[in-house]
Design a protein around this ligand. Structure first.
Ligand code: B12
Ligand code: SF4
Length: 453
């Protein structure tokens, strides 16, 4: 059978054009596909065009919340042409009853151990609406992603995505990861990861793991094995990493130059809410400095619009960023993703302002927080990003982040300038809410239909 796998874009480009990273998802599903089938992949975000009249019989669509409306539109077009549409991905997992209305089947959760069954059922004309494993798949039987199918070799740094673990123990109330991938970290075998890295022509890697240092023993072994590979990588970790000097040294030696670290909140109430963060601002500042001293830059990720936030939160956050000299800053607006406790709570209280999933990209105000108006949230959010990415502030933060060498300096400048461009408030300064008369009822038909006409 001929299969087309698609990652739709939302209606706006989300990524900076300086450091695009191709997705791993579709090439991984391609690798899970038995060899008798022919397979193609399309990542819309890179401008790859879909031929709706192609001769593929099966269309697999991977959706996250902000891309699902486009995914449903694509599905509708293919179904009109008699094709079989299968949905998967984090949004399909959270909202299977929504996705099934636009497709023929939904894979809930991970594809390992299910995708070949789906294909076999299609072949024997017994496709079921939903597929779900009874337990999370064991990642020990590793499959090497079909990297040959990834057409985009990404932006300036040419970065290859790689995954070593799934699952997270922290269970933060706004996040889908622990709920869908479990609270216990599962690992892929290190020898297979090294073989995968060896097979890549790229020099630079992005570890997709939510917390690459979550299991310190595994991480140390992986980093040791990576040292001879002589690669450069960035990834995501919890700030706890800074308290293990051996782990930090090994991370650097294995090529780590920057870590995205979720601090989420530096307010008194916020800081005690999330277990992964150290308990005082001073401790977190010191931890970032330890990473800097070892040649690792930090992208500090903070969320604004928690129920405990008041307008003072922006001052507290800015002080933290200034004192720590974090190299980069990911500013997120609290976004209620379906399947999370935050979604259930805000929905029940009528505090979600729009059900247009395309706006759920963590950079738009779409909720009414408890102690701050949506307008004030937007104002503070725009300002803090604007200040952090001003030319003067980029210069002030440069040392000690760029002291290691030329590559670090290039990464620092390129990323900061990329984010400066992306974070220009004029491009998205607005509170997003449904038009009057358009209920927030989470019936997506109104958006999909308007796209069809
Ligand atoms: C790495 C990552 C990123 C990278 C992406 C790099 C890249 N090019 O891939 C970066 C940092 C750029 C990023 C950005 C964002 N991300 Co992100 N990201 C992740 C992360 C940590 C891993 C995703 C991943 O690739 N996993 C590995 C692949 C193999 O897993 P997978 O895609 O889930 O696929 C498996 C199954 O879902 C299933 N499957 C998936 N699709 C399909 C399709 C079919 C047909 C089938 C059968 C099966 C199937 O099979 C696969 C194998 O088992 C996840 C958290 C997580 N652990 O999932 C968040 C996550 C996906 N991101 C999230 C968000 C919100 C964002 C942002 C909007 C904002 C932000 N602040 O982070 C942006 C928008 C990105 C965009 N669309 O352009 C949310 C999405 C929530 C939601 N409901 O949509 C997640 C889940 C994190 C969270 N906090 O909840 N992200
Ligand atoms: S630590 Fe990160 S991945 Fe884990 S639950 Fe919290 S936000 Fe999600």
């Amino acid at each position: 059978m001929k299969i087309l796998l698609i990652a739709p874009c939302s209606f706006q480009e989300q990524r900076p054009d300086t450091m695009d990273i191709p997705q791993l998802t579709l090439s991984l599903i391609a690798a899970l596909t038995p060899p008798e089938h022919e397979i193609q992949i399309i990542e819309e975000v890179y401008g790859e065009k879909i031929d709706f009249d192609c001769d593929c019989e099966i269309i697999g669509i991977s959706i996250m919340t902000q891309t699902c409306i486009r995914g449903y539109q694509i599905a509708t077009e293919f179904k009109k042409r008699g094709k079989i549409v299968v949905f998967g991905g984090i949004h399909a997992t959270a909202m299977p009853d929504e996705a099934i209305r636009f497709g023929n089947s939904v894979v809930i959760g991970e594809a390992e151990g299910l995708w070949d069954i789906v294909l076999d059922d299609i072949k024997h004309k017994r496709l079921k609406p939903f597929y779900k494993l009874d337990q999370l798949p064991d990642l020990q039987s590793h499959v090497r992603p079909r990297r040959d199918l990834i057409k985009c070799s990404s932006g300036k740094f040419s970065i290859a995505p790689i995954e070593t673990t799934r699952g997270c123990p922290y269970n933060c109330d706004f996040c889908t990861v622990s709920r869908f991938f479990g609270t216990k970290q599962r690992h892929k075998p290190i020898r297979d990861i090294i073989a995968d890295i060896e097979s890549c022509k790229e020099k630079n890697f992005f570890f997709l793991d939510d917390n690459i240092t979550g299991d310190k023993r595994y991480a140390k072994e992986l980093f040791r094995e990576m040292i001879p590979q002589n690669k450069i990588w960035v990834g995501q970790a919890s700030i706890q990493v800074a308290n293990d000097p051996e782990l930090v040294r090994l991370a650097y030696k294995s090529g780590c130059r920057a870590l995205l670290i979720g601090f989420e909140s530096m307010s008194d109430a916020g800081i005690s809410q999330y277990r992964k963060t150290l308990k005082t601002i001073d401790e977190n500042v010191l931890a970032i400095k330890k990473l800097q001293d070892n040649g690792i830059m930090t992208m500090a990720s903070l969320i604004f619009g928690l129920d405990t936030d008041t307008t003072e939160v922006f001052g507290v956050a800015y002080e933290f960023l200034t004192r720590s000299k974090a190299a980069f800053f990911q500013a997120c607006v609290m976004t209620p993703y379906p399947g999370t406790p935050v979604f259930n709570k805000l929905r029940a209280q009528g505090r979600i302002l729009t059900d247009d999933w395309r706006r759920f990209d963590a950079s738009k105000v779409i909720i009414r927080p408890e102690n701050i108006s949506p307008e004030k949230l937007l104002e503070g959010y725009d300002k803090i990003k604007w200040h952090f990415y001003s030319n003067l502030t980029i210069l002030k933060r440069a040392y000690p982040n760029v002291k290691i060498g030329f590559f670090e300096a290039l990464l620092y400048v390129t990323l900061n300038k990329g984010y400066q461009k992306k974070n220009n408030p004029s491009s998205f300064s607005q509170v997003y809410q449904n038009d009057p008369g358009n209920p927030v009822d989470f019936n997506v038909d109104k958006y999909v239909e308007s796209l069809q006409s």
